[in-house]
Design a protein around this ligand. Structure first.
Ligand code: ZN
Length: 328
């Protein structure tokens, strides 16, 4: 399993803690999307399930534990996640995991549970998990993964050790990304992904980059009253909502930065500088803040089961409304 260069310090910390038998019962791994939280958790799991790790904790690849891990059938590794993206993790799923039998390792090592996204647990599910965190079973190790840890109950957070993944140094991220992708411009991709390397790698797709420019044109066309926001909203609502919302929010934020400082250096969309500067000029501050607020609200509510068409309309209709932002 590939080691990601920006995770080496976190990896070393986990391995040191493990060697002295001081692993916490629950680790809360936080950090924005696209940092590799899941990848890291799976590497840690593979390491803990291996019977004969190397010096740096890396799995040997040849033991029974490694075989079972690779086959995806290790009985001591469980995942707790929503049945579908965007749905909740319900109490029954948690109960199944925390029954005494299921917390006892079958192979005599660690019993590992990966919960992602942890904030998807309903209040009842979180309370149910809390009991286990309060009275942990020996050698159980839970990893809770969250890009939005603020949404977790304080009671859960306070019983986990937090490992906060930080954005990698730009140079390290660019080197890694250049080696990973043969197309595109690593610096631009990283800007578009707000510095998150795995997100940048996912964007290294010419079709996706063309789509982004097409949608930016549609955004500008609505502002210039050349396109119908309802028609554009219908088209956008068929796409990946989180991706579109993050692009849209990024454009508006760049418009604001350029409006304040036309030479601003760290744009999210450096390739669209002139375009976004023009759009920023066409909007007064009040309207611009209004649109940014709306985009942020939509991003925060992205996990709720709102109708995508309505979400897009709530953003795009006010763009065409010249009075928007002046009504208080
Ligand atoms: Zn092994």
């Amino acid at each position: 399993m590939e080691s990601l260069p920006w995770q080496s310090a976190d990896w070393a910390l986990i391995q040191r803690t493990r060697r002295v038998d001081r692993l916490p019962h629950a680790l809360l791994i936080t950090g924005q999307e696209g940092m590799g939280k899941r990848h890291f958790a799976e590497r840690v799991a593979a390491s803990l399930l291996c019977k004969s790790t190397g010096d740096q904790g890396e799995p040997c690849g040849g033991c029974r534990g490694c075989d079972l891990y690779r086959a995806g059938t290790h009985p001591d590794l469980k995942y707790l996640q929503p049945e579908e993206p965007g749905k909740a993790i319900v109490i029954d799923a948690v109960r199944e995991f925390i029954s005494k039998e299921s917390l006892t390792a079958l192979t005599g090592g660690y019993k590992i549970l990966i919960i992602q996204p942890a904030e998807a647990m309903t209040r009842a599910a979180a309370n149910s998990l809390l009991k286990t965190l309060e009275e942990p079973v020996e050698r159980t190790f839970m990893m809770l993964l969250s890009a939005q840890p603020g949404k977790l109950p304080v009671t859960i957070r306070s019983r986990c050790r937090e490992l906060r993944m930080r954005l990698p140094n730009r140079q390290i991220a660019e080197q890694w990304l250049t080696a990973e992708t043969d197309t595109g411009d690593a610096a631009l991709l990283l800007s578009l992904a707000c510095g998150a390397p795995l997100r940048a790698r996912a964007l290294a797709n010419p079709e996706l980059l063309d789509l982004r420019v097409k949608l930016l044109n549609e955004f500008a066309a609505i502002l210039e009253e050349r396109a119908d926001p309802v028609v554009v909203a219908a088209a956008w609502s068929k796409l990946d909502t989180v991706l579109i919302l993050s692009w849209y929010s990024g454009w508006l934020n760049d418009c604001l930065r350029l409006k304040i400082d036309p030479s601003y250096a760290n744009l999210i969309n450096p390739d669209q500088r002139n375009r976004l500067q023009q759009i920023g000029k066409s909007l007064d501050f009040k309207r611009l803040f209004g649109h940014i607020d709306a985009a942020n609200q939509a991003l925060l509510a992205r996990d709720s089961q709102l109708n995508p068409q309505m979400v897009m309309e709530s953003l795009l209709l006010p763009l065409a409304d010249r009075c928007f932002g002046n009504t208080g």
